[in-house]
Ligand binder design. Structure first.
Ligand SMILES: Cc1ncc(C[n+]2csc(CCOP(=O)(O)OP(=O)(O)O)c2C)c(N)n1
Ligand SMILES: [Mg+2]
Length: 341
């Protein structure tokens, strides 16, 4: 768990540097090697490893727009993920998804920029597992800002009524962009949503990786044993702005300081020292993580960009209407059948 947490943190520190290349002196969001938005998850690593370390490759994980720590904890290929973030042809989605749309079918991982979007697919994966009589489980990650979304609430109902092997993990970092939780959500404890759907709900009040691991064992174990879904909320801390370039003018300084002071990685390191793991071993883990990050970024930056023509591949309409001079061919099968679809 410690190695994955450190990898995620170092990875994001490196992404931060790479992202800012070419964006200055002003902040041109479209410039540089990684154009577009970038949401970093520093401070949220405990929620990722504490649950994902109970999972197998055949278990499904869906994550939201802040996905790197969860992807790393689920075992997503770091090189191909990085190539995706850099928009390269060999990226997980051939460079078309970017950092919010990483899909790795080898470990059943997906994420989306639409908040709470991962909940219905996780319920689908849970239903598939149940119908196939396997013991695989599905985990949907979402932020506390997404728990009023219909997609989440409908998913809770489906998971409960069909008794599905799904765990909903709410990462409560207190903020939805610039909106503090207390102004938009009631009750404040997101795990209480579970009560209304007759399922288990639990909140881990700190970003202590070991406490999350224990709660994760229970929730994932319950799902795997066929005993239904759980809502698990974890208090985490957003060490960064909502996205890169966010001036955070809305955020009280003391809140920023509190997040900076609490570091779940340091906390786990302190526990490990108590269990007899010395600084040298911790340093070795860190070096290994740093090497892995460097390898992934170096490899990704050497990868080719997609050919422009590839923009027409892997899309629902091909080519998109308006791109070609040719007359589109329409089938009249639907009209003949009297259908309107
Ligand atoms: C359905 C939908 N509405 C609005 C947005 C715009 N949006 C992006 S992130 C975000 C806030 C998310 O807050 P939270 O769920 O707490 O996640 P966090 O960013 O704190 O990790 C919003 C409203 C979106 N992506 N999808
Ligand atoms: Mg949030």
């Amino acid at each position: 768990m410690y190695e994955d947490m450190v990898t995620a943190r170092l990875y994001e520190e490196r992404l931060q540097e790479e992202y800012m290349e070419g964006k200055r002196p002003g902040f041109d969001i479209s410039a540089g090697e990684v154009p577009g938005e970038l949401h970093l998850a520093a401070g949220q690593e405990a929620a990722a490893v504490g649950v994902c370390h109970h999972l197998r490759d055949d278990d499904t994980v869906t994550a939201p727009h802040r996905p790197h720590h969860v992807a790393i904890a689920k075992g997503v290929d770091l090189k191909r993920m990085t190539a995706e973030i850099f928009g390269r042809e060999t990226g997980l989605c051939h460079g078309k998804g970017g950092h919010m749309h990483l899909f790795d079918p080898d470990v059943n991982f997906a994420c989306s920029g639409i908040i709470a979007q991962g909940c219905p697919p996780a319920v689908g994966a849970g239903m598939a597992a149940k119908k196939r009589n396997t013991d695989s489980v599905a985990v949907a990650y979402l932020g506390e800002g997404a728990i009023d979304q219909g997609g989440f609430l409908e998913s809770l109902n489906m998971a409960s009524v069909h008794d599905l092997p799904v765990v909903f993990v709410i990462e409560d970092n207190d903020w939805a962009i610039s909106m503090p939780k207390e102004r938009v959500t009631s009750p404040q404890d997101g795990s209480a949503r579970a009560d209304g759907f007759d399922m288990h709900g639990v909140r881990v009040d700190s970003d202590d990786a070991r406490a999350v691991y224990e709660a994760g064992a229970e929730a994932v174990g319950r799902a795997r044993d066929g005993n239904g879904p759980t809502v698990l909320e974890v208090q985490v801390h957003r060490r960064m702005g909502h996205f890169m370039g966010d001036p955070e003018t809305y955020r009280p300084e003391e809140d920023q300081e509190r997040a900076a002071e609490r570091d779940s990685i340091e906390r786990l390191a302190a526990d490990m020292r108590e269990f007899g793991i010395d600084d040298e071993e911790l340093e070795e883990i860190r070096d290994r993580a740093a090497e892995r990050v460097d390898e992934a970024v170096t490899w990704a930056k050497q990868q080719p960009l997609p050919e422009p023509e590839a923009a027409h591949d892997h899309v629902f309409t091909n080519p998109p209407s308006g791109v070609t001079d040719e007359e589109p061919e329409f089938s009249d099968a639907g009209a003949a059948a009297g259908g309107d679809d």
